[in-house]
Design a protein around this ligand. Sequence first.
Ligand code: ZN
Length: 529
Amino acid sequence: MSLMKMFRLTICGPRERTSLRFCRRHRCLVTAVLVNLLIFFYLAVLQHRRSHILQPPSRQISGKRISDGDKEIIIQKNTERLVTVIIRDFEEFDNDVVSTVKSFHDLNSLLNVLVICDKLPYPPLLFDKNFDHSRLQVVSLTMNPLKNLSFTRPETFIHTPYVFIVPDSTKLADMESLYSAISFLKKSVNFHSLALPVAGSHLECLLAKVDIKRWTMEYLVDSDTKMGCDVVMGDHALLITKQHFLQLADPFLKPFSVSFHIQSILRKWKTFIFDNVGLTVHKILYSEPHHRWKHKHNTKLRLMNMYKKLGIKLVQHSDGRKEWHGCTKETPRCFGTVENDMPEYLYQGRWTPPCCLRCLRDTAKHVFKILDKCGVRYWLEGGSLLGAARQGDIIPWDYDVDVGIYQEDIEKCENLKQMKTESFVDDKDFVWEKAIEGDFYRVQYSESNHLHIDLFPFFSRNGTMTKHTWMKSHRQDTEFPERFLKPLTKINFAGMNVSAPNNVKEFLELKFGIGVIESPKYPNAEDPL
Ligand code: ZN
């Protein structure tokens, strides 16, 4: 009896046993066996791959003594599956990118290297004729009309679980130490990235705070390196998982390490300084004075661009030094025309940029000094008085300073008299002008920067202070009894002692409503973010 016939006799029902074709039960069994075999094969492949990626190479040959040579081969064979080397920061006029790429390929010819540039470098990166380009990708972030979108997206070329971002001209001593750094990062719970010093440079580990709402970054005291760092200063390479790296808003923002650390802080990630990896410098860059100057200049421009993109306008250093990246007399105001009393930054979840508050304070100081000198009776109005009552300063999301003056006092002051007929720039570059919106005056920070103080002329009508123009979007813009100005008092505002109505609380509650000092609200009546 043939084997097939026996099979049919045992598996198939009596009616089907005589049939020469395979019965239904028979077909089911064969299919089930095949499916099982396929699943088993797939799992075996998966397990094999995983063991290559996740297990330390030494564990792969168990029970066998591995010679140093074997170990090196195993590491060489595997690390390229773990990590992609990225070179981001380099200068076109003086770089060592070609040698840096080559030195990594000399250690492991299968290692993927990604060179990311804003535009294709000129002069071009020239590799030897026999250089194998299959493991190198140069990605230009500038679009090329002939190429598709993915060509300008570096992330399409990262296929490993880790990325290793190195400064130009960094040379790695051996793959084993990079492997040990990867193993360390894989095991660490508290750190998201490792900073690896280049050429034994001493790395500073700093704590820092980034306050997006206030457009501010603040460097705090040095951190205990064991606890991890918010910012690492000094020449270093960075190791991080691809998954975390691509969670950053702009992981390729230059200058690389600063932009990386700032974005990490926003995600509450810590960097650990790992100094067991042999990284040396291949070539001394920018040795020519002109190149040095150009590099310094470019770095400054890149930093400015980075702060602009991240929306950081004030950097406070731990020694008290303040670095401004916001508006000045020469630049336009940081925000556009305000519609319906709600400046655009409030919709972005941010408050008034610190540079704008600073310019507003400067303008207010300048104007109050002149009004005091002329003997013009003035008082803080609306939101400015509210800010003074609350915290002795401009409300953190306010965009101008409002001041009331006695209309009859305009004649006492040359600046006010002149601005009635024509706008003019004073000797400190402030612009005095009549507002287009109505019968009031405005002092602007400069001709370019339109941050301003509004001066509203009031006059008394039978003991009620009134004026000619009313702002519909300002609920606080109302008449009030003159007794609040008799006498005028003083209030602390932005570091000055300025003129204010008496009974400030009563005055403010008359204008804004009961409890206004205690419960801050945005102009559109929402609670502050
Ligand atoms: Zn500004």
